[in-house]
Structure formats: C-alpha cells, structure tokens
Design a protein around this ligand. Sequence first.
Ligand SMILES: [Zn+2]
Length: 395
Amino acid sequence: MLLFLAPGVAQAVTADSPSERLVAFAARIAGDEARTRIVLDFDRAPVIETRYIANPDRIVIDLPATAFAFAEADLKATGLFSDIRYGSMDATSARLVLTAARPARLAMADIRPNEDGNGYRLVLDAELVPEQEFAALVSGQAWAAPQTDAATTATVPVAAAAADDFVIAIDAGHGGIDAGATGASTKTSEKDITLAFAKILNEKLADLPGIRAVMTRDTDKFLSLSERVLIARQKGADLLISLHADTLRQADIRGATVYTISDRASDHMAAQLAERENFSDTIGGVELPTETEPEVGDILLDLTRRETQAFSIAMAQAVVGSFEGQISLINNPHRHAGFRVLQAPDVPSVLLELGFLSNKEDEKLLLDPVWREKVAGLLVEAIKNYRQPQFANGG
Ligand SMILES: [Zn+2]
C-alpha cells in the first residue's frame, strides 16, 4: 500500500517498504560506436557495483531496489550498446544490463549531486576496447563470478521430499528485469500472466491430498534458469512445470503447446522459442555456464536422464490429453527443443506455453479469470492422470 504523507512529516519506513526504493526519475544516452555516455538521475545517491560478462559482452551495474520512473524511449540502445535492460532483481536489488555491440569498458562510473539540488546522477562513460582487454576485464574478476552452473549437475544433493508427498514445482516464467513477451493489444507482460496463473494452479493443488506444490517465485523477481532448476531440486520436486505465454512472429498462430527437452528441436518454431527463453539469462546479466561435454561412461546419470525424459514425455502427453477438445491447441501440441529450464537430470520437466501473446484471441483468454480457472483445472487433471500410471508401475 502506498501512503501519501504531507511534506515535512517524517516517514517511518521499513527495510522492504516500497518507499525505501530509490527512484530513477530521468535517463539519457548519447554517443557513437567508440564512446557512449549514459546518465541516470536518482532521488538519492545509489550504491553501485559493476561487473563484466562475456558471450555476449555485457556491462552489468547492480543497484539497490530502484523504481525506474523514466520513459522507456529515454534509454534506448544507442552507440556502443545493442541492448539495454533494467529492472528489479528481488525486493532489495535492481540491475542495469548493457549489452555491447563491440567490446566496451567503463572509463568512468561516477555518482555526483545534481547542481540544481534535485537528487544525484550516475554517469557511465563507456568506451570501445580491444577484445583482449575486455577478456582481461572478465577474467580479472572471475573469482567473484556467481556459481550458476551447480543446479544442473547431478552431484548437488537433493532434498528428500517430506513424507510421501508428490511435490510439484510451479515455475512462473520470467520476472523482474526479464518481463518476457508483451501482449499485442493490452501490452501486458508475460511475467505477470505466468505469475497470476502459477498462483491459481498453486491454490488448486493445495486442495489435493498427497500433493505439495512449491513455487519457484511468488513475487516479481528475477531468477536465472539454473536457479529455477536448483529450487525445484532443493525442494525435492517430482515434477517441474514452467509456465509461459510468449509471442511468435506469426500472429495467427494460437493455442497451447507443451515442450519437453531435446538436443535437437522438433521444428523451427520450437528452436526459436527455446533460443528466446534461454536468452532470459542474458537479459538478467547472468553468466552462462561454459558448455561441458557430458561425462563419458557415467551410466547411472545416463539412465537417470533417460528415465526422467520418459516421465517428462508422459507428462506432456497427459497435458495434451487433458486439454484436447477443451481449449485450443496448436498443431502437433507436444514439441521439443533445448530449453535450459528443463535440463534437470532427475526432475521430469515440461514447459507449457498457455497461449501466445502475439495472437489477439489468445491474449484475451490469457487475461480472462474464467479461462485461467478452467485451464488450471485441466492441468490438475493432467497431473492426476500422470501420477496414476507411475504408481501402477511402482515408481
Ligand atoms: Zn516465456
């Protein structure tokens, strides 16, 4: 809740009160492909931390919780930068991610009071540097790079599930700085649609005996793809459902799709979607794990993966079976591609595109509370049907 206080009245704020957030009230960017300056005006002086990440080359500026109140058009990618993202990471932090078209470094990152007494400005001067210099900047700080790779290796200890509960990890796609797709007519963010739907599904599952649902996120915060996998594994999930509502270039395509993981995409559309979903980590300023060859001869891990894959496919089929004739599905509604959020070796995982925000009819439905209830109900049926044969097989 927002409280409006008369001027002069002291504000009592708690650590996670929204009024504690800094306000970035203005922004500007100017420059060319050799030098680019970005200026952000804040109501108070921010404490910042900067980092460099390669592949793609990015400059990441970490900020305290910040409300970005300037117009989007005021900070459009220009000069050295091919992409600029900013937004919240969680309740206490925010981030600015500058993707460089060519290697660049900050020659200056300075915070100074505005001459007119109205707040502080952060001045970032970026300049073009040779590739080796950028590489040196990245490796010079490598010791501090966050571990994002742990989630997907089989060696991470997995929490034992409480009692015999069947644990379902509900993953609301995107969040925070990564808003996901945008609705064609209402401009609604995918991250809000996935979170609203995840909450409905979570409530429905809470009513069922023997089932425990956990959400990877229940607020508007950023999670890397491997963090999502890690949360599912740490909670002892027996199933992960990642929820999405993306856009496609072909606005006439509509309906739900269920994806499972595969090295080779089932089709061009699936490949494109996986690429876009995997881009989430780039948007959020996360360092991608270097591709490692799978360990040759790890027969146990291989068996686990194969069994997990069979369960993932069974779940996808259960979803299609439950949706068929009830809501619209695209042609060949079970598809597969290399989605990073689905790569837990030991947690059956599906990614569900509820519909496409690029299609006006789908967009209307995605925002319709009645439709959401119906689809969540159908998904619960699919989960029940998926569970049955497993138990019949003693799994
Ligand atoms: Zn998505």
